[in-house]
Design a protein around this ligand. Structure first.
Ligand code: ZN
Length: 486
């Protein structure tokens, strides 16, 4: 009898060992029961992410940041300037160095890459790639979070050459959307577009429609362009003492001693002195800066033409191409097409909403912008302007408010600190504003990452503030912990 019990026990144990294996088979994805759509995460631009001769033994980073070489060259330039009393020559060498750093990023007169540039591609679901399972911040944090929190095989990541025509990138988005649909069995996907990914997504929606889109999240995105691109292509370089001070102060805000020093320098007028020098450089060498560096490297990048604001487009074309429109006819016609696309964007997204596609726009503010262009006094998230990221909310300049007398069209859309008024935004009921969050946010393990998962999985009427936990106006600390802004 004892023996029989032992045998039964042994058989039971063996059966138990197999149950997990059977359960695993039973768990295989059933899209009829699964209510979570696959997600396509479309990243922003990445200067460090492109490689010359990618995948070959000769591969080198597209950005040539050989610091010792650059310092040597700049010193040589200064010495040359001193010994020859010729500042023009010295500046020539400096511009040559700048061009050498960026030259592999250059595009030709059709908007195609001049050099053989590539980057890692991830055609399968993200969990198949070890590097995507270990991301920490920004889009990488988002990808890792989605891999861990969404059902298996439901996360896809688009890494693309951000210098290419958005309509070329839209083909890559389409291919990834189709893979996700095929592999998961769902008929639709959720799109998360970050930063430059916003412009690329507008191109995808314009070219391929939104039949396969369930939800679209515009995270710190360029779906309404970017002021910095407008200013760059219109020749509006400028460094003001206030913008420079704000930017430097924000960089050292966690180092009180350095902050104190910068404050002191600002008060005694050191920044005004410094910007006298930069004013001199811009006044005298702006044309050289453009002709020798900015035009060859950046001005043939079609995405930048897509980001230019409608009202600046003619000015930008005149500034960049002048009378050379014949030689640049191919690039200009592609840029025209992008501007047309952006003119149709609002109607397109409204049609999406009418047809049941859910959207959210998420924008951040309270960080100064790179202090090198005229409108760098806009409020932003350290990278892009809140005005465009929010879909044209009314936003006070950095460090200012809209004023005590400011009357919003709808009081519920005014941020408690009177800096952002969503009344003028394109999609105010679907727009979240977060004070103090970094560009794109999304860091792995942060509350922001939880917010992203909520945006992707919430099942209910989808509008900004649908959850008490994530109200329309939030404040973020430096760890991306979110709280209600009151
Ligand atoms: Zn599913």
């Amino acid at each position: 009898m004892k023996k029989l019990i032992s045998v039964i026990l042994a058989i039971s144990m063996i059966m138990l060992m197999f149950i997990p294996a059977f359960a695993k088979v039973g768990e295989e994805h059933n899209h009829e029961e699964c209510s979570t759509y696959p997600v396509i995460i479309i990243r922003g631009m990445d200067f460090g992410g492109l490689t010359v001769d990618y995948g070959t033994e000769n591969s080198t980073p597209a950005i040539n940041a050989d610091v010792p070489e650059i310092i040597k060259a700049v010193f040589k330039a200064i010495l040359t300037g001193i010994f020859t009393f010729n500042i023009d020559n010295a500046f020539d060498v400096v511009l040559g160095c700048a061009y050498d750093i960026f030259k592999y990023m250059s595009m030709d007169e059709n908007g195609d890459s001049l050099y053989n540039i590539g980057q890692p591609k991830y055609p399968e679901s993200a969990d198949n790639y070890e590097d995507l399972c270990n991301g920490d911040w920004g889009e990488f944090g988002m990808v890792r979070t989605c891999i861990e929190k969404l059902p298996d095989g439901h996360t896809y990541y688009l890494n693309y050459d951000w210098r290419l025509d958005p309509f070329v990138v839209s083909d890559e988005i389409n291919a990834l959307v189709n893979s996700a649909v095929e592999e998961t069995g769902h008929d639709k996907v959720n799109i998360v577009c970050c930063s430059m990914g916003g412009l690329m997504t507008v191109a995808y929606l314009t070219e391929y429609g939104y039949e396969k889109v369930n939800r679209c999240l515009f995270m710190s995105s360029t779906f309404c362009g970017a002021q910095v691109a407008s200013d760059l292509l219109c020749g509006r370089l400028e460094i003001t003492a206030d913008n420079l001070y704000n930017f430097l102060a924000s960089l050292v805000s966690e180092q009180p001693a350095v902050e104190f020093l910068i404050n002191g320098l600002y008060k005694i007028g050191a920044f005004k002195g410094l910007t006298k020098i930069t004013d001199f450089v811009i006044d005298n060498y702006k044309q050289d800066i453009y002709d020798k560096v900015l035009k060859p490297v950046f001005c043939n990048m079609l995405p930048l033409w897509g980001l230019v604001q409608t009202e600046d487009y003619e000015t930008a074309k005149a500034f960049v191409f002048g009378n050379n429109t014949d030689e640049n006819v191919s690039l200009i016609s592609k840029a025209d097409k992008l501007q047309e696309m952006m003119k149709g964007r609002t109607e397109l997204i409204n049609n999406m909403i009418d047809d049941g596609v859910e959207i959210a726009v998420v924008a951040h503010y309270d960080a100064p912008l790179a202090p090198v262009y005229e409108n760098a006094d806009f409020n932003g998230d350290g990278t892009l302007e809140t005005y465009q990221m929010s879909g044209y909310a009314t936003v006070a300049k950095y460090g200012e408010t809209l004023g005590d007398d400011y009357v919003p069209a709808n009081p519920k859309y005014l941020s408690p600190d009177k800096v952002v008024d969503l009344s003028t935004a394109l999609f105010p009921e679907y727009t979240y504003i977060i004070k103090g969050a970094t560009h794109v946010g999304g860091n792995y393990g942060s509350e922001y990452a939880d917010f992203l998962i909520w945006l992707l999985t919430f099942d209910g009427e989808f509008y900004a503030g649908a959850s008490e936990r994530y109200p329309q106006f939030m404040v973020s600390d430096s760890d991306l912990t979110l709280s209600k802004f009151e």
